[in-house]
Design a protein. Structure first.
Length: 387
């Protein structure tokens, strides 16, 4: 069997401490790290990653059977090393086999087929693309959309640098990256659908969705993962940004699931039909005149829930401040473990996604500022790179 091998080493750091934090983070995300003779090993989607800390040097080797698995594992480690070793991603150099691609392997061009107003504030866009099999996953259903700037009728798409890392176009050809949920997909029929929230103060995502017409193109990368773990009792709560994910999660639940679904939207006309198991109680909260992200109705409704002992899972998505309060409540007052919850900021009031994540991305952070838990969680939901 072919084995492709690539490796990197970072010096001048507290290698054991960095490695411990990195592995703890990956284990929290359900990866299994095993102690070996010369360090730690971790399997990542067909690739094997070997870590070795020696004094001030952390070495990582990736072994993979194909170019694509080598690329994916290397990108995952590249992103996490930059984060946990607190260095700029471009300082990390890889040696050995280098994946040979014209474009990042997960990147696809999406062409708009149709657009439909699902509710006053939700616009569903169906896209055509070849080779979508990679995106057909019930667990990894978030993605990054790469959106050309207005007026850019002839977009350029990501390429691969000579260092084997993705390169995004710049200047007038710059692409804005935004995170979305794949609401529906049929890879065999070459289409997928995304539900875009149309909001005030529209950024590239919302503004693009409003004007989207058949034939227009954007890019997609990812997919990224982590969703609700099915459990006997579940609480699913979100504002409209999490509504597409809730709809998908509900479609995957067994009919016997018990629990609650709490959804906040602008008005009664924004409530849409959902397939809710009989044992789950669905309630809609309407903001009416209030600005999104400013009220307490959703957080109060979540906190009013009694979370039973036993096999349970809580999934919450929405505005940053709401999410922070819910996360604290679940941990401190309800005693939920990390395996029993996934609570993620999908957006932040008064801040675009790039700035929200700059709590996450080193190059956009103040020196010494660490990545916020929210930014890391949001990044983990869809990958941080145009893979
Ligand atoms: C894993 C994940 C999955 C997501 N899935 C979806 C999805 O399926 N559909 C979807 O529509 N969104 C989804 N989101 C949320 C979406 O990424 C953000 O709302 C994003 O900010 C939209 O980008 P934008 O370019 O429209 O606005 P940005 O340029 O990011 O922001 C511009 C301004 O709009 C404000 N803003 C952003 N979102 C909202 C909002 N919902 N209501 C009011 N003001 C807002 C910001 O505070 C900022 O002031 C998801 C986010 C994550 C992390």
């Amino acid at each position: 069997m072919t084995v492709l091998i690539t490796q990197t080493a970072l010096s001048g750091l507290a290698a054991s401490t960095v490695l411990r934090s990195l592995l703890e983070h990956l284990v929290e995300h359900d990866f299994v790290a095993v102690q070996a003779e010369h360090g730690w090993t971790l399997d990542y989607e067909g690739a094997q990653i070997l870590f070795h800390a020696d004094g001030d040097t952390l070495s990582v080797q990736v072994q993979a059977p194909t170019q694509e698995t080598l690329f994916d594992a290397r990108m995952m480690i590249h992103h996490h090393l930059a984060e946990f070793a607190a260095c700029e991603p471009e300082f990390i150099r890889w040696e050995g086999d280098s994946p040979q691609f014209e474009r990042p392997p997960a990147f696809r061009i999406l062409t708009v087929v149709s657009a439909q107003q699902v509710s006053p504030h939700l616009r569903r866009i169906r896209f055509h693309s070849e080779n979508l099999a990679r995106y057909q996953s019930d667990e990894d259903f978030h993605c990054k959309l790469l959106i050309p700037r207005p007026g850019n009728a002839d977009p350029e798409w990501p390429t691969m640098g000579t260092d084997g890392l993705p390169r995004l176009p710049s200047g007038d050809k710059q692409l804005d990256m935004r995170t979305y949920t794949i609401r529906r997909i049929d890879a065999s029929a070459s289409w997928l659908e995304i539900d875009f929230v149309l909001h005030e103060d529209a950024g590239p995502g919302s503004a693009w969705a409003v004007q989207a017409q058949a034939g227009q193109q954007i890019g997609i990368s990812g997919p990224g993962g982590r969703t609700a773990r099915p459990a006997e009792w579940m609480l699913l709560a979100a504002d409209e940004t999490g509504l597409p994910a809730v709809a998908r999660i509900l479609e995957g639940l067994s009919a016997g699931t018990r629990g609650k679904v709490i959804l906040e939207v602008q008005a009664a006309s924004d409530a849409i039909p959902l397939n809710v198991p009989e044992g789950m109680d669905l309630s809609w909260i309407y903001r009416n005149e209030a600005t999104p992200g400013t009220g307490r109705q959703l957080v109060d409704a979540i906190r009013a829930c009694t979370i039973p002992e036993g096999d349970r899972f809580v999934w919450v998505a929405g505005e940053f401040s709401m999410v922070q309060e819910v996360r604290t409540w679940l941990r401190q007052d309800c005693g939920l473990t990390g395996k029993e919850q996934l609570v993620v900021a999908y957006w932040r009031l008064g801040m675009d996604e790039t700035r929200m994540k700059s709590g996450g991305r080193r190059s956009e952070r103040e020196p010494g500022e660490s990545q916020t838990e929210e930014a890391r969680a949001a990044d983990d939901q869809a990958g941080n790179t145009p893979e």
